[in-house]
Design a protein around this ligand. Structure first.
Ligand SMILES: Nc1ncnc2c1ncn2[C@@H]1O[C@H](COP(=O)(O)OP(=O)(O)OP(=O)(O)O)[C@@H](O)[C@H]1O
Ligand SMILES: [Mg+2]
Length: 465
């Protein structure tokens, strides 16, 4: 059924989006929300992790809507990492979606539509549904060969039993095909969804455990069900508002979710869906699960987007919004005004601000240790010390990049353990920002569109920070 596939599509995007943060498996907090020194791939940054943990608790309680958090700090201080940690700590039930501020401008839809879709991707709906199923052990499947060749369609009979009863069901062509697809044989315990006709194989009956020929290597044995063959079962589907929107807005339905070709969704469709969901909630059939929307590089949004966010946060069904930026006081995109983090004051006022601090040498060392493990790189103690020093003097990111490069260099000389020589070699091959800037200053005349005079005579730090 469609619901199943929907959750798969969500998992895929989750895996795809990680990468540089694959070592982060959570926020590394204990049960009283105190950050552990090194845990779940997280090192240091205690204040920010703790604050994120408090927010996470609010999300899990599910009571509040429309709160927003700003993660602000210098480049490479773990803002994106913390957001990833939050995502990992949420259960699969709670939707988490992420986009980068600049993405908004490259989509084939208006900026506000893209934001609206992102908001609705972050709101989950748990729909409870009662279905009737038939569950029993297959006694016999009997398929009639059509007497006259070319006669319409196949028919047949299916005998199912529980420990208490046995019934014969008539089969149509569709059911016969479904049984064939699932390779159902007598002795299997199956469940048939009455509404959709979907067949699920639950396993082999214990009473048949001696029919060796009918078993694969992973045969699962189950008890023959008892009681009535027909049962009522409550199933819960977790979908997002966006998924409901897409399914209802186009003829190709849920396929659009895979291609991402959702186009713009009309406001009327959304209104209808909101009304329907509200009805379901009143009847106790559905509940809303507010999730998290993470917008990285939020300074890339422009004034229109910011005012959209202001308004959207006030909606009753708003998710928790987490935004991150490394900008200081800078102009708000689309205006001539300057503002802290490039975010308008009225939106800033709605944000709880969490700041991240630069790492100490000790913390850099621990993060590098974790990354070495993550990338399966063995490194000598001396090499690690040197790399830590490099990380401290240039940037954490540069040092992390050198791990991969030095490991390749090590492999090239057929070594097993990365040594100091590998680090020095790649350090001289790949420049960090500071050295690259120095180089530019020295050779500026040979480059095109040279405007170095603006940077004010060789002050490399002006660019670096
Ligand atoms: N506290 C931490 N524990 C473990 N790894 C970390 C930590 N902080 C950062 N990292 C890792 O260091 C790298 C840089 O961090 P990250 O990308 O989160 O920085 P950022 O604050 O988002 O920077 P920018 O402002 O440039 O986007 C990433 O690979 C990240 O996973
Ligand atoms: Mg980042």
């Amino acid at each position: 059924m469609t619901e199943l596939k929907l959750s798969e599509s969500r998992d895929l995007t989750r895996i795809e989006r990680i990468g540089a943060h694959s070592h982060i498996r959570g926020l590394g907090l204990d049960s009283s929300l105190e950050p552990r020194d090194v845990s779940e791939g997280m090192v240091g940054q205690a204040q920010a992790r703790k604050a994120a943990g408090v927010i996470l608790q609010m999300i899990k309680d599910g009571k509040i809507a429309g709160r927003a958090i700003l993660l602000a700090g210098q480049p490479g201080t773990g803002k994106t990492a913390i957001a990833m940690g939050m995502a990992k700590s949420l259960g699969l039930e709670t939707p988490f979606s992420m986009l980068s501020g600049s993405e908004i401008f490259s989509l084939e839809m208006s900026k506000t539509e893209a934001l609206m879709q992102a908001f609705r991707k972050s709101i989950g709906v748990r729909i409870k549904e009662e279905t009737e199923i038939i569950e029993g052990e297959v006694v016999e499947i009997q398929i009639d060969r059509p007497a006259v060749s070319g006669a319409a369609s196949k028919t047949g009979k299916l005998t199912l039993k529980t420990t208490d009863m046995e019934t014969v069901y008539d089969l149509g062509a569709k059911m016969i095909e479904a049984l064939g697809k699932e390779k159902v044989q007598s002795g299997d315990v199956i469940a048939i969804d009455k509404a959709s006709g979907k067949i699920t194989k639950l396993g082999r009956s214990f009473s048949r455990s001696r029919d060796y020929d009918a078993m694969g290597p992973q045969t699962k044995f189950v008890q023959c069900p008892d009681g009535e063959l027909q049962k009522r079962k409550e199933v819960v589907h977790s979908v997002t508002l966006h998924e409901i929107d897409v399914i209802n807005s186009r003829t190709q339905g849920f396929l659009a979710l895979f291609t991402g070709d959702t186009g713009e969704i009309r406001a009327e469709v959304r209104e209808q869906i909101d009304t329907k969901v509200a009805e379901w909630r009143e009847e106790g059939k559905a509940e809303i699960v507010p999730g998290v929307l993470f917008i990285d590089e939020v300074h890339m949004l422009d004034i229109e987007c910011f005012s959209f966010l202001n308004r959207a946060l006030e909606n009753e069904m708003a998710p928790i919004l987490v935004v991150a930026t490394n900008r200081g006081i800078t102009s708000i995109r689309g205006t001539n005004y300057k503002s802290p983090h490039g975010i308008p004051i009225d939106l800033l006022d709605r944000l709880l601000i969490i700041t991240t601090q630069p790492y100490s040498e000790d913390e850099i060392r621990k993060i590098l240790d974790i990354r070495c493990q993550e990338e399966d790189v063995e490194m000598s103690e001396d090499a690690k010390q040197l790399l830590t020093k490099i990380g401290h003097e240039t940037s954490l990111r540069y040092a992390i990049h050198l791990i991969t490069a030095s490991a390749l260099n090590c492999r090239k000389r057929k070594g097993m353990v990365v040594e100091v020589q590998d680090i020095t070699r790649v350090y001289s091959l790949f420049l960090d920002v500071r050295r690259s800037t120095q180089y530019l200053m020295e050779y500026q005349k040979e480059y095109m569109f040279n405007e170095a005079s603006i940077v004010d005579g060789g002050d490399a730090d002006a660019i670096h920070d």
